[in-house]
Design a protein. Structure first.
Length: 104
């Protein structure tokens, strides 16, 4: 099945502590059904010192979100569902709200 959300897409978070905030998708994990959005869903990890990180301490990083909790942002800045259309010989993603082609 074609990917509805891809790396680089601008998405809005629909549920959770960052609800309503937007950001670009940094990584998509299709087998797990999860995405990582840059700058959102930040969690703190307590790490012990190691050879690669001799300091250790509390590190902040982005945790993944379930793909159902994010939606692509259309040209109006609103969340939209993604559909598909055949343009010539190519299958393209379209925004359901505006009908415009989503770049990517």
């Amino acid at each position: 099945m074609a990917a509805k959300i891809k790396k680089g897409d601008r998405v809005v978070v629909l549920a959770g502590k960052d609800k309503g905030r937007t950001g670009p998708v940094a990584k998509v994990m299709p087998k797990e059904g999860r995405v990582i959005v840059s700058g959102l869903n930040l969690v703190q990890r307590h790490t012990r010192p190691s050879q690669s990180d001799p300091q250790g301490g509390i590190k902040t990083k982005e945790a993944s979100l379930h793909i159902s909790n994010v939606a692509v942002v259309d040209s109006n800045g609103k969340p939209t569902r993604v559909g598909f259309r055949i343009d010539g010989d190519k299958k393209v993603r379209i925004a359901k709200t505006t009908g415009e082609v989503i770049n990517g």
